[in-house]
Ligand binder design. Structure first.
Ligand code: ADP
Ligand code: MG
Length: 500
């Protein structure tokens, strides 16, 4: 017999939606705190009881909800964040699907209290088991409080998947950490069983952002972290890279935010791990740690690809991954590689080459001779004679990984718009070890290749740019540099692996 088709009740269809979005108490915390953040709150308090299964209470000081809109807040597909399909092209809020409150309310006992900005009175809305709302006056300061009790009380299947209170609270704690990292200016307080567990006071400028990162990732991470900052091609990246020597056995300190949204990007994780392994000798079974913030044009990232919005799609993923890996690769050069630190000061050669090169100058004629050792014995090298070939070999061999040295003062070099848009030029400068930022009419130089320490940075860069623009390949550039760099440049190399 054919089964007849029935329209699902509101409660049931909301419960089905909840199956996708609300996996565990931590998911409720994520959705509610995201709402508070979208409401421009500066203070968010999160009270948890029984791992979030008994009670989740979130209180904020955001814009609030006006009385007339209270029932709508719990209606499915009702949102104040988008109105037309065009809005989907550039989503600036964390939420936009209009599903969270409806889903949460369908699997819990729920009430919401709110006083909207510029309103005299506060109102409370409570939902019956069939989602019918009742509204009554209440006392509340500006902002919103949402209380979720007895999560999954009416969905026994979901309840079965809930782990111990401790584990569930741990997941909430992790969620709050991510949210706190993505909005450092907002103050967060988290309690469990009436005990204060976390307090992250709001921090203002970028300078202080690091104090929040330190609070969440620990001082072991922060003390040795390299901070990175890069802006090019409409992308902005900043953040901190953990030392490869931290040897974390878990991938538990990997945070990537796109436009203040915590994002899981498995490909990017993999790319970053590979760079760490190749460049620092990070061993198998250990994980790099990082906190990275990427800013992309809203139109270049699609956040509407995942129900809990944890994944995003970039319009040009290759471009973005390349940009990030470049930035990281360049920054990591500052860490001596494990293989490089293992090599003693007098034998600094790639072991597989069976050769070593010591840049410790002979005392007779300082800075002119070096010992060169291979299986046939030790040879004395005249550096002056070998200068060009040493430098060229170094530049080619370390292309893309050349150590750099920060300038004491940032130098600005005016350049024509064509040159500033010349991608080959910019990427070669980057590969040679320059750290530059592009401004509309000039190039800002923050760091120069270590081996260029003995030349005037601005003058030399101008010459180099001319050379790069007219030369046909990297080889020609390395030859030109080898001809034009002074002998002293070689002595900047003593900690480098020298590929002969
Ligand atoms: P979405 O966030 O996708 O819009 P939600 O179901 O999470 O959907 O919330 C529905 C609406 O309720 C929001 O669009 C917003 O207008 C309002 N809202 C929810 N929480 C808050 C809050 N803490 N402060 C102010 N408004 C809120
Ligand atoms: Mg929401």
């Amino acid at each position: 017999m054919t089964k007849r088709i029935l329209q699902l009740t509101t409660v049931l269809s909301n419960q089905i939606a909840a199956g996708e979005v609300i996996e565990r108490p931590a998911s409720v915390v994520k959705e509610l705190v995201e709402n508070s953040l979208d409401a421009k709150s500066t203070q968010i308090e999160i009270d948890i009881e029984g791992g979030g299964i008994h009670l989740i209470r979130i209180r904020d000081n955001g814009c609030g909800i006006v009385k007339e809109d209270l029932p709508l807040a719990f209606a499915r597909h009702a949102t104040s964040k988008i109105a037309t399909v065009d809005d989907l092209e550039a989503i600036a809020t964390l939420g936009f699907r209009g599903e969270a409150l409806a889903s949460i309310a369908s699997v819990s006992r729920c009430r919401l209290l709110s006083k909207a900005i510029n309103q005299k009175d506060a109102w409370q809305i409570q939902l019956a088991a069939d989602m019918r709302p009742s509204i009554s006056p209440i006392a509340h300061s500006q902002g919103t409080t949402v209380e979720i009790a007895d999560l999954f009380y009416n969905t026994p299947v979901r309840r079965k998947f809930i782990r111990s209170e401790k584990t569930e609270f741990q997941a909430i704690d992790d969620t709050v950490k991510r949210l706190a990292l993505s909005y450092p200016s907002v103050s967060f307080r988290l309690t469990h069983q009436n005990k204060l567990v976390r307090y992250y006071p709001g921090v203002s400028a970028r300078m202080n952002e690091s104090s929040r990162v330190e609070k969440i990732c620990g001082s072991a991470f922060m003390n040795q972290a390299i901070s990175i900052e890069l802006e090019a091609y409409g992308l902005k990246l900043h953040g901190w890279l953990g030392s490869p020597h931290l040897l974390r056995r878990q991938a538990d300190c990997q945070y990537f935010f796109v436009n203040q949204r915590m994002v899981k990007d498995r490909l990017l994780n993999h790319v970053i791990k590979t760079i760490y392994q190749e460049q620092t000798g990070l061993s198998e079974g250990t994980y790099p740690s990082y906190v990275l913030y990427l800013k992309v044009d809203l139109g270049d990232v699609d956040v509407n690809v995942h129900p809990t919005k944890q994944e995003v799609r970039f319009s040009q993923p290759r471009h973005i991954h390349d940009f990030i890996s470049k930035a990281i690769g360049e920054a990591l050069v500052q860490y001596p590689s494990v293989t490089r630190t293992l090599a003693s000061k007098t034998q600094i050669f790639a072991p597989k080459m069976h050769q070593s090169f010591t840049a410790t100058p002979m005392s007779v004629t300082p800075q002119r001779y070096a010992l060169h050792e291979d299986e046939t014995g030790i040879t004395l090298c005249d550096l002056e004679k070998g200068r060009e070939s040493f430098l060229k070999t170094y530049l080619l061999g370390w292309w893309g990984r050349i150590t750099r040295k920060n300038l004491l003062f940032v130098e600005e070099i005016p350049l024509s718009p064509e040159l500033l848009a010349d991608l080959r030029l910019l990427s070669w400068l980057n590969d040679l070890g320059y750290w530059i930022k592009i401004k509309p009419d000039c190039l800002m130089m923050m760091a120069v290749p270590n081996i260029f320490a003995h030349v005037n940075p601005c003058e030399f860069l101008k010459l180099l740019i001319k050379e790069i623009v007219t030369s046909k390949d990297k080889n020609a550039i390395c030859e030109w540099l080898a001809r034009n760099l002074p002998l002293q440049s070689l002595f900047m190399l003593d900690h480098e692996t020298f590929i002969a």
